[in-house]
Structures are given as C-alpha cells and as structure tokens.
Design a protein around this ligand. Structure first.
Ligand code: NAP
Ligand code: GCO
Length: 259
C-alpha cells in the first residue's frame, strides 16, 4: 500500500476557502481524501466550493466560526452524519493583526488568541471523541515562524502560535495511546492574502525576507502540499508532537550579509 495515500479518509481543513488551507485540501483530494472545509460565512463557503469544483474536487463546505464552540460541535456532528467521521483535522483558520504591542488593545490581542489558539482547541476537542473511538486520527496544527521567533508588531500572533506549538505537543502526549498523531506544520513566509501587505512593491519586508531565506524566495501554498500529505498519511504514524517547518531554511539561517 502507498503510505502517502489518503483513500477513504475524511479530512476537515478549517478556513480553507483559499490560501494555505485551500492548497492543503487540494493536495489531500489528489491522493484520495474526501474534503470538508468551513468558513465564517456562506458567501466564502460558496466561493470555496466553486473553486474546488473548478479544480475538479467535490468538497463539502460548512459555515462555522472556529471560535464558536456550539457552532463547531454542531457542524462536526453534521459532518459525521452527512460525510463521515473526520479522520484528519487541519487547524488552518487564522488571522494576524500587525500592531505595535504598546498600541494594541486587549480586545485586539484577545481576538487573535481566540481565532489562532482557542479555535484549534475547540475544533480539536470536537473531533477527538470519534478519533478515540476508532483509535486513529491525525490532527495537524498550522504553526508559524512565530512559533519560534518574535518580531515587531506581532505580539498576539506570536503568543498564539507559540501556544499552538505547545497545544500540539500536549495533544500528542495525551492522545498518542489512541493512535492519534498530532503534529504542527510551520510555514515560513508564504505568498497568500495574509502576507499581501508585506509583499507590496517596495515594502522593505520583501527584501528582508528574501535575505533571511536561503531559498531566496517567498514560499507558495503549493510548497506545503507534500509536507501536509506526509503528516496526514500513514507515512507519519510514528511522528507525534513534532512541528515540521516548511520555511526554505529561515530557521537555520542568520541571513545574507547586505552588499
Ligand atoms: P489567509 O489567506 O488569511 O486565510 C485564512 C483563512 O482562515 C481564511 O479563509 C479566513 O476566512 C479563515 N478564517 C479566519 N478566521 C476564521 C474563523 N474565526 N473561523 C473560520 N475561518 C476563519 O491566511 P493564510 O496565509 O492562508 O494562512 C492560513 C494559516 O496559515 C493561518 O493559520 C496562518 O496563521 C498560517 N500561516 C500563514 C503563513 C503565511 O506566510 N501566509 C505562514 C505561517 C503560518 P475569512 O476570509 O472569512 O477571514
Ligand atoms: C508577519 C507574517 C508572518 C507569517 C507567518 C510566518 O507579519 O510576520 O504575517 O507571521 O504570517 O506566520 O511563518
């Protein structure tokens, strides 16, 4: 059997109407998984369904805010009834607010923590019972360079993504005996709507990231497809509590000397 295939598996990717989540869901569909995704409103879900259809993928879309435990529990029950037990969860939905910490309100800080850390807890908690019952499951949390590093203006995001790394390790520790593996996927700097402000023409961050990346380029969502399939497949059944960084080498590199 090909250890990298996902035939017969149901994969829920949160916030996967576009961006990294969409690429990961597409990768899973290409190796046989049934794709389920959510987004916060029907318009975005419909946009996602149309995109998947255009790519030849029959996806199942549901409206749910990952911060709303009641909504998530109801949607997970609906998915299990309409599609099947969720074998693979990718906690992808996330936001960032780039505000200097001394100017950030507590409400803004809490909003980021709520979506980027509380959300993954809520969705993982909702899928765990069925995974425990079937004694198998894959939970993949989308971490970040900010799970390891800080920088100006991203205090809330770094706190959330650092916490998500430890939530990953704790789920791995608590549920490994049920043959459930929980790992993190840590993208470097990827060209998506979330980083579009940093990639605007002439933005100093553009050249900064190129100098900090041995691959000397921004990543694309497609760069994450293979690593995401690995973490969702039988090929990683003894990988647990690990964060797989897909960063072109950023975390290994001090940065290119300015000319
Ligand atoms: P993105 O383009 O902003 O997409 C984020 C997705 O999450 C959108 O579909 C968004 O829907 C959805 N979402 C936001 N809040 C939600 C909520 N409360 N409930 C359900 N869905 C929600 O971001 P991305 O670049 O693809 O990033 C995806 C994940 O990768 C995030 O966790 C991000 O932190 C992480 N990441 C990104 C990078 C990067 O360089 N891009 C690097 C490392 C990690 P709406 O459009 O409705 O908001
Ligand atoms: C930023 C970026 C990063 C990326 C990603 C890096 O403002 O520094 O948005 O946070 O989104 O998380 O891995």
């Amino acid at each position: 059997m090909n250890p990298f295939e996902l035939k017969g598996k149901v994969a829920l990717v949160t916030g996967a109407s576009y961006g990294i989540g969409y690429a990961i869901a597409t990768a899973y569909a290409k190796v046989g998984a049934t794709i389920v995704f959510n987004d916060i409103n029907q318009e975005l879900v419909d946009k996602g369904l149309a995109a998947y259809k255009a790519d030849g993928i029959v996806a199942h879309g549901y409206v749910a805010d990952v911060t709303n435990e009641e909504q998530i529990n109801a949607v997970v029950a609906q998915i299990e009834k309409e599609v099947g037990v969720i074998d693979i969860l990718v906690n992808n939905a996330g936001i960032i607010k780039r505000i200097p910490m001394h100017e950030m309100t507590a409400k803004e800080f809490r909003q980021v923590i709520d979506i980027d850390l509380n959300g993954p807890f809520i969705v993982a908690k909702a899928v765990l019972p069925s995974m425990m019952k079937q004694r198998s499951g894959k939970i993949i949390n989308i971490c970040s360079m900010m799970s390891e590093l800080g920088r100006e203006t991203v205090a809330a995001y770094a706190a959330a993504k650092g916490g998500l790394k430890m939530l990953t390790r704790n789920i791995a520790s608590e549920y490994g005996e049920y043959n459930i593996q929980c790992n993190g996927l840590g993208p470097g700097y990827i060209a998506t709507p979330q980083t579009a402000p940093l990639r605007e023409e002439g933005h100093p961050f553009n050249s900064f990231i190129i100098a900090k990346t041995p691959a000397a380029r921004w990543g694309t969502p497609d760069d994450l497809m293979g690593p995401a399939v690995f973490l969702a497949s039988a090929a990683s059944d003894f990988v647990n509590g690990h964060v797989l960084y897909v960063d072109g080498g950023i975390l290994a590199y001090i940065g290119k000397q300015p000319k």
